[in-house]
Structures are given as C-alpha cells and as structure tokens.
Write a protein that binds this ligand. Structure first.
Ligand SMILES: *Cc1c(COP(=O)(O)O)cnc(C)c1O
Length: 406
C-alpha cells in the first residue's frame, strides 16, 4: 500500500481551500505507475492501454497519455474524453459490450478498432460498418478477480466470445468485409493469480494462430493492487518475465509475430494508488453499544465499500499511535448500507477532524453520483512541483437544475 503522500497540515489546507470531501491525486505516483506498467512489456511495438473507466478526469488522462499510455474506452463518452485528452485514433481501443449500431458507427467514424463481444455484435458491425477494422474479445474460460462482480471471463459471465463460436464470428466478419486485426481478453479485476493470467494468455495465443493477419493481441488488465497495509505489491519482475515468455511465443509461432502489437489494459493499477479521498468527521456516537464515526463521505462519493464490501484503508491524521477502538465508519446518506468501514480498529476522532481514505484513485470519482442530492466532490492534482491545482470543481446544488425541464 502506498504511503500517505500528504502531511496533516497539507490535508487541512486542501480541505480548507477546496472544501470537503475532495479527491486528491499525486502526479508523481501516477507517472510511476504508468512507468511500472510500460516496463512490463519490453517489445518496441507493445503498448499499455489505460482502461479509462477507472478514472476519466481529463487531467489524469492527459498525464497518462504524456507518460506514454494508450487508452481503452468502453463507451462513446469515454471515446469523447480520450479524444479531448489528445489520444489519437490508433491509440484508443474500443472494448464494448451490448452496444447499438449507432455507437459502433461513432467509434468506426473516429477511426477506432472496435472489439466485438458476440456473434450478434459482429453481425451488427458488419452491417453498420462494412470495411471496419475489428478485434474480437475472446472468453478463454479463465476468470479471476477480487469479487464475483468483477470476474469477467469464464463460465459465469456475460463477456467475450466462447471459443466454439469464434469460427462463426470470423465467417460473419469475412462475409461483411470486416477485417479482424485484433484479439483481446480481460479475465477480471485484481487478478491474484498470475498463473491464471498466463494460462489465459496462452489460450489467446493459440486462437491467434488461426488469424494470420493479426496486428493486436491484448491480454487484458486486472493487475492486483494492495488495499490493506499487510498486502504485498505484485511482483513486477515476475510479470515482466511472463510477458517475455508470451512475446517469445508469439514471435516464434505466429506468421505475423514480429509485427504484432502486444497489449495490456490496466485500469486500477494505473490510478488506484495515486488518489486519496479527504473528508471530515461530522459525528461520533454510540448506538446500542457500537461506536459510529459519521463522515461526509457517503456512498455517493465512494461506492466501492457498499458495492463490493471493498476495504479502503482509513487514516485519522494527528491520531496516529493513539489507543484504538472498534468502530464503524459511515457516510451521510440516508441508507443503513452507507458504510465505509465496518468494525475497524481506529483511534476515536473529534468532530471536525479530517479523515483520509486511501487507494481511492480507481473506481472512485467515476462511480460517484448525486444520490440524496448530495453533489459530487472536487478533484485536485498535486503536480510534480508539489503545487495543488483544481482539476474538477465541486458540483453545486444549482447543477441539479441543468438537465431538468419544467
Ligand atoms: C475494467 C476493464 C479493465 C481494467 O481492469 P482493472 O482491474 O482496473 O485493471 C480492462 N479491460 C476491460 C475490458 C475492462 O472492462
């Protein structure tokens, strides 16, 4: 787990200046994580596509691009933001699922390769966009992840084309003059088992041998990020060795091997550690023998604990080393499920104290909502010189009226 990159004084200054709650990102950590991921793929024409659904702030996207990343987009909105951030069409890979002909046309008109996820979706692409360049998302029947909700391959998910349907997909593509230039997969998020990743990658390579004109082979993202202090970082050297093995095999066995661009598409690894969420303790109370620490960080601001029972490490700056007690940390949304941390050992804070939620840069702000008409927070970037800069303003209650027709 990343060490907290701000002092208590700085945290108080940021809360004072930008209001509470607020997401804060470290450009230095973001760049380090981009470098880590790029370092895994040695080959010159290999690319790391940042899966932008993890964090779509324009400033974050621009830094990722500047740090040499490509982008993985999953919706017209994400394509739009990637283009705004300066990604060129060949740098954006469109991995979609259950989309309309219109959305495919939008992506193809922008010059993107569209990754197709089913037999029928290939039919839609072939009829809407004859001549398109496509990839196929293969379900190699290996799945992995931190929660059943994020396992994205294998026998129990909606994703990908099962191997037995690949032939049919290829025939539809051929008949519709769609060129299959890529194969991709993504087995899940926070993949714990590199053996699963490699086994799945090898099945993808087996399939790739059936496509002699292939240009892109994308093994997916999902690299594990430690959220708990006792968890260890992934072993980058081990992973690098694995990608060398995969690359050697592609070059040795595939007719276009030397020209194939090997890709990965990490989201969480790139942005989780660079982001923290600052909030304020608004209440401390006892209910039937349990102590509740009430904060202004509702699940509309950070959904992961509620959605996946996810653990986020919590720090109460200034209380380090104090006597701890078992408490439940909650937000300010009117639902009993609005819990940030259940039965966590923490010092007892005072009302008005800052509270820090760590490892919040991935699937944090992007999953926020205005449920309960509580507006989304601001986002602030700490740049390489250590200066803070507002990169998204806090929403105001007047923003509630913008899309409403009366
Ligand atoms: C979400 C997603 C990713 C990124 O997953 P992480 O666990 O954030 O690395 C990559 N590829 C696809 C297709 C995805 O849906």
């Amino acid at each position: 787990m990343q060490n907290l990159f701000l002092t208590k004084e700085r945290i108080e200054q940021l809360l004072e200046q930008y209001g509470s709650p607020v997401y804060v990102y470290s450009e230095a950590i973001l760049r380090q994580k981009c470098a880590d991921m790029r370092g895994l793929l040695g080959a010159e024409n290999s690319h790391v596509s940042f899966s932008v659904k993890a964090n779509t702030n324009l400033s974050i996207l621009k830094i990722a691009r500047d740090a040499g990343m490509y982008a993985d987009a999953m919706s017209a909105g994400e394509i739009f933001l990637c283009k705004q951030a300066g990604f060129a069409p060949q740098e954006i890979f469109y991995v979609c699922n259950n989309v309309s002909a219109d959305e495919m046309r939008y992506a193809v008109d922008q010059g993107l390769v569209v990754s197709i996820d089913s037999v029928n979706q290939m039919r839609v692409l072939a009829s809407a966009c004859p001549g398109a360049r496509a990839a196929v998302r293969v379900n190699t029947e290996f799945g992995d992840g931190h929660s059943d909700k994020v396992v994205t391959a294998g026998k129990k998910t909606k994703f990908g084309v099962q191997l037995k349907f690949m032939q049919e997909v290829a025939e539809i593509a051929k008949a519709g003059n769609v060129k299959i230039v890529g194969l991709n997969q993504h087995i899940g998020s926070s993949v714990q088992n590199a053996k699963n990743y490699e086994a799945a990658a090898n099945v993808l390579i087996d399939m790739a041998l059936e496509f002699p004109e292939l240009e892109i082979l994308d093994f997916g993202g999902g690299f594990f990020v430690p959220y708990r202090p006792e968890e260890e970082d992934i072993d980058l050297d081990d992973l690098r060795a694995m990608f060398v093995r995969l690359h050697d095999r592609i070059v040795a066995e595939h007719p276009n091997g030397a020209n194939i661009s090997m890709r990965t598409e990490p989201g969480r690894y790139v942005v989780a550690d660079c982001g923290i969420l600052l909030g304020t303790v608004e209440d401390v109370k006892e209910n039937f023998g349990k102590t509740y620490v009430g904060t202004d960080i509702g699940f509309n601001v950070l959904a992961r604990p509620m959605l996946y029972d996810a653990y986020h490490h919590i720090v109460l700056p200034g209380h380090e080393g104090e006597q701890e007690q078992t408490v439940t940390v909650t937000g300010n949304i009117c639902e009993s499920g609005d819990i940030l941390a259940k039965d966590r050992n923490l010092p007892i804070p005072n009302v008005g104290d800052p509270i820090v939620i760590q490892t919040a840069g991935a699937y944090g702000y992007v999953m926020s909502s205005v449920y309960n008409c509580r507006m989304r927070p601001a986002e602030v970037l700490i740049d390489l010189e250590g200066r803070d800069r507002l990169i998204r303003r806090r929403e105001t209650i007047e923003d509630l009226l913008a899309p409403m027709l009366v």
